[in-house]
Structures are given as C-alpha cells and as structure tokens.
Design a protein around this ligand. Structure first.
Ligand code: GLA
Length: 399
C-alpha cells in the first residue's frame, strides 16, 4: 500500500513538472509582428486611442501585411482590489480590458498586455511579483494573446527564475500567449530564454534617432544593430532576439534611415512591432512598414539571423540565408558621406557556402530585378541609406 502511495506521489510530481515546465510551443514559429503603444504614446494611452489604433491596423493594411498583435504597454494598470486582482485604470479604460480585448479581436487582431516581473512596472504601476498566477489568470480571462514582461523594480530577483515563474503561470492559466521577455539583455536572456519565452529584448530601449546613445541607456538604430550583430546563433523559430519596437513613422528618422531600420530588423528576424501613430500615417510610412518583400525576409521560416560579412569604413554588408536556397544581402551606409560599392555576391556565397550557382538579384525596396550575380552589384549609397536585395533562384516577386 505504502509503495503504491509513493508511486502515486511521484507520478503526481512528474505530471506537475510536465504541466508547468514548458511554454506554449508553436505560437511564434516566425517572429511576432504587431503594434505597441509605448514608443508613440508612453503613458498617455486610453481606450479611445486603442480602439482607433485597432481600426487603423485593419483599415491601413498593416494587419493584412502581418502586424496582427496590438500590445498595450505600461500605464494601463492602477492598483489591485482587495483580492489582489490587478485593476485597469477606470478613467482611461472605462469599458475594462475584457471588452477592449473583444473589440481588438473583432478587428481580426490579437490582444497584448504588459506587466513586470518586479514589484512595480517601469512607470511605477503594480508589477506581478507575488501575483504571477493570479495575474496570468486575469489576463487569460480578458482574452489576452501576448504578454510583454518587463524588468523594473526587481531588487535582488534572479531573472531566469522570475521569468520562469510567469511562464509557468501563463501555462497554468491555459490560454496560449506569446511571452515576451523584456529584461533589456542585462542577464543575457539569449542564454536562458529559449525554453521560457518566445522572444527576449536583446538591448536597452530604442530611442527615436539613427545614431545616438542616452546616458540612461537609450539606443539609436545603429547602436542596436551593433548589439544584435553577434547574437544570431541564439535565435530561431519559437525564440527570437528582439531588437525593440520600430521608430518608423515617428517623425525623426529620414526615409532612407527608416528603410535601413526596417531592413536590418528583417535581416535579424527580429519581431516587428510598429511604434508610431498608425491612425495618422503618411503614404510613405505605410509603404515602408508594409513592404511585403522586406517583411518576407523577416518572416522567413528558417529564422536565420544575418551575419555582418564585411565592413569597409561606413559601408557594411550583411547577408542572411533564406528558405528555398535564396539569400538576402543588405548594404548599409552608416556614415554622412556617400560610399561607392562594387560587390561580387556570387563569390561571397561561394566562399561561405561553397555554392557556385547564379542568382537573380531583386531589389526589395525598388521591387525590381536589377541583374544577376553574374555581374557585380555596383553603385553608390547615399548617407544612411540601404540596399536590400534578394538573391533568388526564380524570378518571383514578394517571395
Ligand atoms: C521599459 C521597456 C520599454 C517600455 C517601458 C514602459 O523601459 O523596456 O519597452 O515597456 O519600460 O515603462
């Protein structure tokens, strides 16, 4: 009898481990795409803005281009009730999160929410520390599909353990949610995040500039590219290095800089979270954000991150293998002067992969075939400009 009981206990423990000790598996086979409120609105969010953004995601073509998560970042929460249940700000979100989630879903979008592994969020709102299972149940009851989980007010908490608790809580709550680890690369989440979350921020926060760094750690586009450069091997289907939300359409970057920004995020297979006011977008912003050929580089199912192949002064050449034997090449000019380029892409491929084939070269921003790899790719790059090409085995647009 005793023996049977012990066996039963062991079995229960084993099954608890298998219930909690995993994340939702297939939710991010390709990098998640969507929109997040933080870059544009910060704490100035409310239900009207979120509903209008949901409308605009559907009507502008963003949703159909793949941006399907609408993530409400910090400042939606004000406190907890006497049972510890987290409360949305009743002034800003009078209909409540469940109703708002239903509205987001009614637009064919998925609903993302934000919290923090510490006792408070980065804006001093209630964090989930000590309330992980309760909060996960609350988000699930609201129909959330995505959780961004930040790292402020963490005291002496261990990052891996803290993120694991929320992973287990989400799993226990039973509603599949993409789980976004946002601890800024401080504890090298690429080394432990794969079985915990679906994506992890690799750097501190993006700021709206091309080449700059803030004293508190805010980083421009180039600074993030440099930090992402060596992390490629850690990412792949289901677990992505997150280069942070996009600054496309936020009024500071020039169009070439915005194209470079999106191109490199795509080369890294980073999640693509628009961060602009998509209720009021120019035609140029829409066409940059929704470029299907660039998005297809990001969403490529192999999920291989780009390698920085060459650097000559301000000119850098990156490449990335794609599904079906294609390759993406991205040439960027980091500097303020024009730079000439004259590249034998065929020999590069041969050196790295011992593949001696010829390819069609398609410019993914011009949407044109510009030659084949039988000739060198030649030209001049304007300051902060980019050329993104796909070496194709067949001449199909928007692959
Ligand atoms: C941190 C995160 C940002 C944003 C803010 C909100 O800085 O890294 O992406 O969520 O908190 O307070």
């Amino acid at each position: 009898m005793k023996k049977v009981l012990i066996t039963g206990t062991v079995l229960v423990m084993m099954s608890l481990h298998s219930i909690y000790g995993q994340k939702f598996g297939d939710l991010a086979a390709i990098p998640p795409m969507g929109w997040n409120s933080w870059n544009k609105f910060g704490c100035e969010i409310n239900e009207t803005i979120i509903r209008e953004v949901a409308d605009a995601m559907a009507s502008s073509g963003l949703r159909d281009a793949g941006y399907n998560f609408l993530v409400i970042d910090d400042c939606w929460q004000t406190g907890r009730d006497s049972n510890g249940t987290v409360l949305a700000d009743p002034k800003r979100f009078p209909s409540g999160m469940k109703k708002l989630g239903e509205y987001i879903h009614s637009k064919g979008l998925k609903f993302g929410i934000y919290s923090d592994a510490g006792t408070a969020t980065c804006q001093g709102r209630p964090g989930s520390r000590g309330y992980e299972f309760q909060d996960a149940r609350t988000y699930a009851s609201w129909g959330a599909d995505y959780l961004k989980y930040d790292w402020c007010a963490h005291g002496k908490q261990n990052a891996e353990a803290s993120y694991t608790i929320m992973r287990d809580a989400l799993y226990k709550a039973g509603r599949p949610m993409v789980y976004s680890i946002c601890e800024w690369g401080t504890n090298k989440p690429w080394e432990w995040g794969k079985d915990i979350g679906h994506l992890w921020r690799a750097t501190e926060d993006i700021i709206n500039c091309f080449d700059c760094k803030n004293y508190w750690g805010g980083l421009g586009v180039l600074q993030i590219i440099d930090l992402m450069a060596d992390l490629g091997n850690y990412a792949g289907p289901g677990h992505w290095n997150d280069a942070d939300m996009l600054e496309v359409g936020n009024g500071v970057l020039t169009f070439p800089e915005e194209r470079l920004h999106l191109s490199m995020w795509a080369m890294f297979s980073s999640p693509l979270m628009a961060g602009n006011d998509i209720r009021n977008m120019s035609k140029e912003t829409i066409s940059i954000l929704t470029n299907p050929e660039v998005i297809s580089v990001d969403q490529d199912k192999l999920g291989i991150s780009a390698i920085r192949w060459m650097k000559y002064g301000d000119l850098e050449i990156w490449f990335k293998p794609l599904d079906g034997g294609d390759f993406a090449f991205c040439l960027i000019n980091r500097g303020k002067e024009t730079v000439p380029f004259d590249q034998d892409l065929k020999t590069t491929i041969k050196k790295v992969y011992t593949i001696d084939d010829s390819f069609i070269v398609r410019d993914l921003w011009k949407h044109l075939v510009i030659g084949t790899t039988k000739e060198n790719l030649k030209g001049i790059l304007e300051p902060h400009d980019v050329i993104l090409v796909r070496l194709q085995r067949s001449n199909a647009a928007g692959k």
